[in-house]
Every structure is written in structure tokens, then in C-alpha cells.
Design a protein around this ligand. Structure first.
Ligand SMILES: [Zn+2]
Length: 212
């Protein structure tokens, strides 16, 4: 599985495209806000001749959904996320206003609810779904066991953890998700986060000041 990372919008959010050698791909957390950012993503998909099969959200905070409407229309794919993210998604237009953004093309509906009992098939590759609430009530992570990496959104960062001072957050749930879900992954499992650079499970177990 190949991983392409983009960093988009004023929140420096990481959007990922995972794709296979058979040219199927999924977009995770489409944060592309401006025309230029959307063109970057579009050009990459064109260049690699990918068939986008899923639009996935780890969670539905504003900075992770700016590009959902664009991607859904462009690639005619449903939006997949956890059911608990419905109120989070519904809050986005208000959140945009609070941050002083102009109204944006908000995609207001999760098309297909997914949870940890399911898997996502990308071509012949399997993404396992982990339920890791806390930073958001329906936060998911997408784990590719074979290649030993996880796309974990805003749960665990290099040297930090997700904020829990937003509505519907729970610090206790976040800690539980990290310690009892993410930390069960192999120590050399590579972690791709919603902001900042990559890390590994083992590194964070050892050095993350919020967790040691
Ligand atoms: Zn977030």
C-alpha cells in the first residue's frame, strides 16, 4: 500500500491518499479547502491514474472535512465515518463561522456508518478499523496490518495527544483509546497523524510526555 500525505488548510491538517499497485485509492480526512489545495489532490489522483473508491473520515472536525463535498462530487464516492460523528459534522458550519471562515461547501451527511467490526477493502488490500474515541466521540483509526502502519487522525501525535477541550470530547476516553487500543499495535507500527510528522507506537510509549 502506498501513502501520499498532503498538508492542507490553516490548521495544517494532514490529508492522506492510500493506494494500491492496482490503482485503487481511498481519501482519508479530505481537508483541502482552497482551489489550489483541491487541484493538488486532483492532480495527484490524475497523475497516478487512481480510481478513488472511498472517502473516509477518522472524525468530522472542521479541518478534516473541508474537502468532503469536493471529493464526493469529483469521485462519486460515499462518505464513510462512525455514527457518533453525526453531531460533530453537524457542528462544522457553526465552527467555521466561529473561526471566521466564509461559508464553505459543507457536505452535511455521512453516507455509510462504519465501526470497528468492519473492514475497508481497497482493491485487494485490507484496512482494519479501530474505534478510538476521546478527541471525538466516533473517532476511528485505519490500520494496515500487513504494511504495519495506522492512520490515526487526532488521537496520538509525535510527542503529544489529541485535544479534549472541544464539545463532545472525553480525556478519559482518549487515554483509554491510546493505552488499550493503539498501544496494542506493534511497537514498530508507523503512526500517521492528523497534524505534524510521523512517529511509531514504540517511540510514543517510551517518550510521549502525556503517556509515560
Ligand atoms: Zn480533530
Amino acid at each position: 500500500m502506498f501513502i501520499q500525505k498532503f498538508t492542507f488548510n490553516p490548521f495544517q491538517e494532514n490529508t492522506y491518499i492510500l493506494y494500491t499497485d492496482t490503482k485503487e485509492g481511498v481519501i482519508i480526512d479530505a481537508g483541502c479547502q482552497t482551489l489550489e489545495e483541491r487541484n493538488l489532490l486532483f492532480q495527484f489522483v490524475e497523475e497516478k491514474e487512481l480510481k478513488i473508491t472511498h472517502l473516509l473520515n477518522t472524525h468530522c472536525h472542521l479541518d478534516h472535512v473541508f474537502g468532503n463535498f469536493f471529493c464526493k462530487k469529483k469521485y462519486n464516492v460515499p462518505l464513510y465515518a462512525h455514527q457518533n460523528e453525526v453531531p460533530v459534522l453537524n457542528f462544522c458550519p457553526q465552527s467555521a463561522q466561529m473561526y471566521g471562515f466564509r461559508p464553505y461547501d459543507h457536505l452535511d451527511k455521512i453516507d455509510i456508518f462504519i465501526d470497528e467490526k468492519q473492514e475497508i477493502l481497497v482493491g485487494n488490500e485490507v484496512l482494519k478499523i479501530l474505534f478510538v474515541p476521546g478527541h471525538a466521540p466516533g473517532h476511528l483509526a485505519f490500520w494496515h496490518e500487513k504494511d504495519n502502519f495506522v492512520i490515526n487522525g487526532d488521537v496520538l501525535f509525535k510527542g503529544s495527544v489529541g485535544r479534549t477541550d472541544f464539545p463532545l470530547c472525553s480525556h478519559a476516553d482518549l487515554m483509554n483509546s491510546i493505552k488499550n487500543v493503539l498501544f496494542l499495535l506493534p511497537d514498530d507500527c508507523k503512526v500517521y497523524s492528523g497534524h505534524g510528522s510521523e512517529t511509531t507506537i514504540g517511540y510514543e510509549k517510551k517518550y510521549n510526555p502525556y503517556l509515560v
